[in-house]
Design a binder for this molecule. Sequence first.
Ligand code: ADP
Ligand code: MG
Length: 677
Amino acid sequence: MGPQRAGQLERKGLRTVGDALFFLPLRHEDRTRLTPLRAIVVGQPATCGGTIVGISPPPPGRRRAPLVLMLRDASGFGTATLFGRAYLTRVLKRGQRLVVHGKGARFQNATTLQVTDWELVDSGEDDRIHTGTLVPVYSSTEGLPQRALRALMWRLVEAHAAQVPETLPEPVRRRRALLGLPEALRAIHFPPGEAALEAARRRLVFEDLVLLQVGLAILRSRTTRARGIALQPRGALVGRLRAALPWPLTAAQERVWDEIRRDLAAPHPMHRLLQGDVGSGKTIVAAMAMLTAVEAGAQAALMAPTEILAEQHALTLRPLLEPLGVPITLLTAAVSARERTARRRALAAGEAACVVGTHALVQEGVGFRRLGLVVVDEQHRFGVAQRARLKAKGEHPHLLVMTATPIPRTLALTLHGDLDVSVLDQLPPGRRPVKTVARTESRRPQIYAFLCEQVAAGRQVYVVYPLIEESEALDLKAATAMAERLQKEVFPDRVVGLLHGRLAFDEKEAMMRRFKAGEVHVLVSTTVIEVGIDVPNASVMLIEHAERFGLSQLHQLRGRVGRGPWTSYCILMTAGRLGEDAERRIAAMVETTDGFRIAEADLALRGPGEFFGTRQSGLPELRLADLLRDGATLEEARREALAIVAADPELRAPEHRGLRQALLDRWRGRLALASAG
Ligand code: ADP
Ligand code: MG
């Protein structure tokens, strides 16, 4: 083809024949069953074909008016309207045959087809490709009309689909009744019928998911084969910690701890995900794991996604571990440069047993003398790539990843297919669901009266303000003003405290201690209390500008209350007209306190890409599979993937050559498979 066409294709990301074969249609139109013009229904999508019998361009000066085409087919006459395409007046001519796709609509008191795609068709040789069949519709582009693109795809598929090497081993294809890859490609572009199209889709979805799962299985099998440090102390420290707790562990905590303890004692590194809703008691389990490492003479690191969360963790862990003679070192950017150097040296020398910090601990290559355990909180931002980096440092510490966002099982398998999963599916006893309501400004007086009642009854209150980086100064001012107003006007004889990220660590610590001790009754805070803080006496969480928070954040915030024996409340204050998504987030919060359902709602709202931060996760792209829709296929693919990798961990067998090549393509360098076959 000429350079111009090649340039157009390149803009679509298509450079090679291979690229083009995997450039899949957006949809197919069944042009064997066109909707008769007379049968167009308002509000329903339709594809119609007809001959142009009249063209009315938009009247001069009325650029927003549509171009209206009068069409004729066997059923009679009908109109098609095209907005913003007045230039077609010069392209289209009476007598031409046209296929139009769009939606039925009312226009000037008549039913019309409001067109999204249109295409000129000829009769004759066209029937095979453009008309008398299921016709693919591609994402086209300026200067590259649908028809030309389709004709090109037809030539490429005819000539080259058969040369595409098979990726799936024959037994897998037979077992799962899947088409061969060449056949599937041909049918996904130019299907001879609906059934063939469906079979092609199934095969290509399977392909997507198997490539994902085989890659994850390879990563995982390398971990389980790697030599790690067996952490197998007598358990004295854990015993003392448990004896000091005012309550017994829940059955779920016992079960999960047992799983973790076994993993730690094994000579291969643990790679485990700990899922548990807010308040399910993950911290104590992490603390036990850290103590186990320390007692076995190794070091433990806990990593959080942000500085603030790291500080929070240090605050939570200190009272648990320090009485046992296990000091916690905090390593964040807030620590002075000199102090930081000193702390890093202590870690390198093995004098500091436990460190809490951000992911920078891994990224900046902080040295350890004998790192036995890494605990990662909030896995979303700590993906496959970072995990790989941890290993690339030549160390194989045990890894415990904790998440407060319960993920539907199939999705956990995708993102964490290289991890074992433990679930804390039980809250400590006596918890009652938090009553959640949404309120607007007009109710503020009643809300304040309610807060006063609660405080008078001995409870404490959180008031949370959103703080976003772009408007940090303003947000901070708003929170400060709110604290002053509450103190002066609402709680003149109580103590209102203010907590925000700009405070020094000591100041924050002091404020939280005072709140925990009950000396501060109302704590106004920016989102710093999102994770970690634990004050069972607090019974109200008032969230200002709730519409500005994400769903999982709201759920986390709500999880700060409902930790004591009394009924607790979460009040979501919203201001102004809410966007549709904000409306749904608030509705989901009011409707359920179940973290699992919140996670699903969040996933549905944001889509898997954003929910997981897929780009950061280091996972390969999916071409056709949809994680929400294709859960069942995902399970099948996973089973096959595990079997393949169990039998041939580095895919050296000749029957895995195609699979291996496809993996190299999809995962790029991230799998570090030796590239020579
Ligand atoms: P998570 O980190 O999973 O959100 P936390 O570890 O902060 O939850 O625990 C929530 C609260 O429950 C804390 O007050 C903690 O002390 C308490 N807790 C944890 N385990 C138990 C238990 N087995 N019985 C009673 N309370 C518990
Ligand atoms: Mg926690």
